[in-house]
Design a protein around this ligand. Structure first.
Ligand code: NAP
Ligand code: GLV
Length: 308
């Protein structure tokens, strides 16, 4: 088995290569570079260039070193190529931490207490009621389902929305376009964990976000292009939304001077809500390649017709 590695965003390329070679002792694993002969079986990638697929049309599988395949799916890929993505691989618990942190920061008004501390003011605020903070999770996949369960542990009412009907204990589940309105209208804190596809691009917009309960919050930990940022700004300025926690932006890195850097009520992080962990990822790559080599469907197989 011959495997190409193309992980261009990595700050530890040698460690990835070493770990993959160690985990696949019978395979030849090489770092991709332009002009290699077209005799590799599989590629393991994050954010690869089009050139890789143009030069290696015989590849049988590509394993994406992340959960979201939107960048990969934007390339011209050989029609028979199997596309595999990471499923959880240590990311679900990170998403749960991140979403719960943002939710609790909003609910318990920690931002207000931080400014009170800076002003030397000791001033308790009245408690807020959990029932007034229903949390709606958009996307109930590997990550969204874990977030919904984590939020439940704090006794918030939890709702979920997915493409096809799901049943999750303690979560009021909605599905499809027809139930989106009912889901949004019952939600105050919206957590987005949808994949970026033709169907979901721009789904967080004025029409949808204005249906959240007044004083609502957005936690977008999925992809920046799901959100129409100017619509968010209008709803924050109008006071319909009280805040947002954004881990992703339409343009990354977020440009200097962008209004989001200084918008009151907005918390920003640089696309770190769930990072790829090398150990978990390499173990999942090995399982996927072994399944493919044995003619078995690998975990994390992407359905091209759905786009995720
Ligand atoms: P997943 O397991 O594929 O789950 C996707 C969920 O979204 C599923 O519940 C799916 O519905 C639902 N969905 C897809 N299209 C929909 C539509 N048109 N309408 C309604 N629901 C729809 O994905 P995941 O592993 O949880 O990851 C979710 C996303 O998180 C990734 O695609 C990636 O963009 C993002 N992510 C971000 C970071 C970060 O650090 N910021 C890290 C990892 C991942 P069904 O259940 O019916 O299929
Ligand atoms: C990160 O954004 C991922 O999709 O894994």
């Amino acid at each position: 088995m011959r495997v190409l590695l193309c992980n261009r965003d990595s700050d530890a390329p040698d460690a990835w290569l070493g770990d993959l070679r160690h985990a696949l002792p019978a395979a030849q694993v090489d770092v991709w570079q332009p002009g290699l002969p077209p005799d590799y079986d599989h590629a393991v990638v994050w954010s690869p260039p089009q050139q890789l697929f143009d030069e290696q049309p015989q590849l049988r599988a590509v394993v994406n070193l992340g959960a979201g395949v939107d960048r990969l799916m934007a390339l011209r890929l050989p029609p028979a190529l199997a596309i595999v993505r990471l499923e959880d691989a240590g990311m679900a618990v990170q998403m749960a931490e991140y979403a719960c942190h943002a939710l609790i920061r909003f609910f318990r008004e920690f931002e207000a207490y931080e400014s009170q501390q800076r002003a030397g003011r000791w001033a308790p605020r009245p408690p807020r009621v959990r029932a007034d903070f229903p949390v709606g999770v958009m996307g109930l996949g590997a990550l969204g389902a874990r977030v919904a369960q984590a939020v439940r542990q704090f006794d918030f009412p939890v709702l979920g929305w997915s493409r096809t009907p799901r049943a999750l204990e303690g979560v009021r589940c909605f599905a499809g376009e027809a139930e989106l309105g009912a889901f949004l209208q019952a939600t105050r804190v919206l957590v987005c964990l949808l994949p970026l596809t033709d169907q979901t691009r721009g789904i967080l917009n004025r029409r949808t976000l204005s249906q959240l309960r007044p004083g609502g919050y957005l936690i977008n930990v999925a992809r920046g292009a799901l959100l129409v940022e100017d619509d968010l700004r209008r709803l924050l300025d109008a006071g319909h939304l009280a805040g947002a926690a954004l881990d992703v932006a339409a343009q990354e890195p977020l440009p200097a001077g962008h209004w989001l850097w200084t918008q009151p009520g907005v918390i920003l992080t640089p696309h770190v809500s769930a990072q790829t962990l090398r150990g978990d990822a390499v173990a999942q790559v090995v399982r996927a390649l072994q399944a493919i080599e044995s003619g078995v469907e690998p975990p994390g197989l992407v359905r091209r017709e759905r786009g995720y």
